[in-house]
Ligand binder design. Structure first.
Ligand SMILES: Cc1ncc(COP(=O)(O)O)c(C=O)c1O
Length: 438
């Protein structure tokens, strides 16, 4: 039986803003989640509620205590979401782009001279450029940056290639938990295992931005040293990124104002963060727990320790359902053929039945005879389907694929099989009418 019944699907969709219509009241299908998910109504309400307060905590009066409490609660929620050992291991920044650069600036000076950094060809530039650029800025250290490639069949990091790059001189490996173009989940625990064997001193830095709305991330089980994600990809809003880092990283010297707190996590934050930005993540975590309880009714969230368990169940339910979406996108719905059976469509990343369990419902493709920008426009103008065309800020991934741009249709768990069917019908029409023949 499908993990989400029709009733459950309606309940899920009712919790989000603009799930079937856009902000102007136009009916549409939203397949642009990888650029920014839909927003939970309760997350938005939390922003509204907390934006009314004076935003500075730490004072001796009730509103300041409310702010302090909500910041602490947000850190606890994120620690639960990532199964981090403590809320004190969670800090915030304005975006993943900013936080990864801040991590690079703190970590690289601490590494031995002449060591090797490994970045991944399957990553967004946010997890490549900071390592490269900071290594260049520290020219005296003579750090070498190498890039691990990915398998075209699965879209995941090529572990054999990674192994061939590893030795005791490797100081850091930076990879994404899932590629925002290929939608493929990287085997982070296996990467850790390889590092333990061949480069035990190497730090493992994971960009979780694309993965986090799609499944459970357990920083302890994965053995990562830092894990970064942004709120706007996981049902909340732009303007805030959360990072887990272990003590080895948190204790490194880092830029802070002299009067600012000396101890992590606050010492890593630049200025006092906007409480209204932090509040929504707690609503996201509550939503995931609710989903877990609905889909696995024997679970209970009465005990706070069980709340974490329910969150994981919610994420598991999302995974299971999204695999149905992946199958439908690739194999079709009813009599409507899937993407891989439509002539003229080139899909990038996993598409073989044995590998699609590694895939998030993120599909990058091109259609013969059409530019990616044309496909994006036609999907909107004729079919009211929102997708995105371009390089998705993952230039190196596209370079390895031999392309400069592609269309990306990215789904989330509130998307339906009916929407998938309408999308596939639209793609069939477009592919049939090769522009060169029109
Ligand atoms: C995988 C991945 N990493 C990093 C980023 C950058 O995130 P931010 O906008 O928070 O800097 C994105 C944004 O699309 C992404 O998809």
């Amino acid at each position: 039986m499908a993990i989400f019944s029709p009733r459950m699907m309606r309940a899920i969709r009712s919790r989000f803003w603009y799930v079937a219509e856009d902000g102007g009241g136009r009916k549409r299908i939203f397949f642009d989640n990888a650029a920014g998910s839909l927003v939970l109504k309760r997350a938005h309400a939390a922003i509204e509620r907390y934006s009314r307060l004076s935003s500075y905590g730490g004072g001796y009066f009730p509103d300041a205590s409310v702010v302090d409490h909500l910041m602490e609660h947000a850190r606890r929620s994120v620690a639960m979401l990532l199964n981090a050992p403590s809320p004190a291991s969670i800090f915030t920044g304005e975006s993943a782009t900013a936080v990864l650069k801040r991590l690079a600036e703190a970590i690289l000076p601490s590494l031995p001279d002449r060591c090797t950094l490994i970045v991944s060809a399957a990553d967004h530039n946010a997890n490549i450029d900071p390592w490269r650029r900071t290594a260049e800025q520290l020219a005296n250290k003579r750090l070498r940056v190498k890039q691990v490639t990915f398998s075209r069949a699965t879209g995941t990091i090529d572990l054999d290639h990674l192994e061939s790059l590893l030795d005791e001189r490797v100081g850091l490996v930076a990879v994404s938990h899932a590629s925002n173009v290929l939608g493929a989940e990287n085997p982070i625990a296996e990467i850790r295992h390889l590092l333990d064997q061949k480069a035990p001193e190497a730090l493992l830095i994971v960009d979780g931005v694309h993965f986090i709305p799609h499944g459970p991330a357990d920083v302890q089980a994965l053995g990562v040293d830092a894990y970064v994600f942004s709120s706007y990809k996981v049902f909340a809003q732009r303007g805030i990124c959360f990072a887990y880092a272990n003590d080895r990283i948190l204790q490194l010297p880092h830029y802070k104002l002299a009067p600012a707190p000396d101890v992590p996590p606050e010492s890593w934050e630049w200025g006092f963060r906007n409480p209204a930005d932090l509040a929504p993540i707690t609503e996201v975590v509550q939503y995931l727990a609710w989903l877990g309880q609905q889909c696995f009714p024997s679970a209970s969230a009465k005990d706070p320790r069980e709340l974490g368990h329910c969150v994981r169940l919610g994420q598991t339910a999302i995974r299971q359902y999204e695999h149905e979406l992946v199958r439908a996108m690739l194999d079709g719905v009813g009599h409507t053929p899937g993407l891989r059976a439509i002539g003229g469509v080139t899909i990038y990343g996993a598409q073989h039945p044995t590998t699609i369990h590694l895939k998030e419902p993120t599909f990058s493709f091109n259609i013969t005879g059409w530019s990616s920008g044309d496909v994006e426009k036609i999907l909107w103008d004729r079919y009211r389907i929102a997708v995105r065309a371009g390089d998705h800020y993952a230039r190196e991934t596209l370079h390895h694929l031999g392309i400069t741009d592609c269309v990306r249709a990215s789904l989330a768990h509130y998307n339906t099989l009916e929407e998938v069917e309408k999308f596939l019908i639209a793609i069939q029409h477009i592919a049939r009418h090769d522009q060169r023949r029109e």
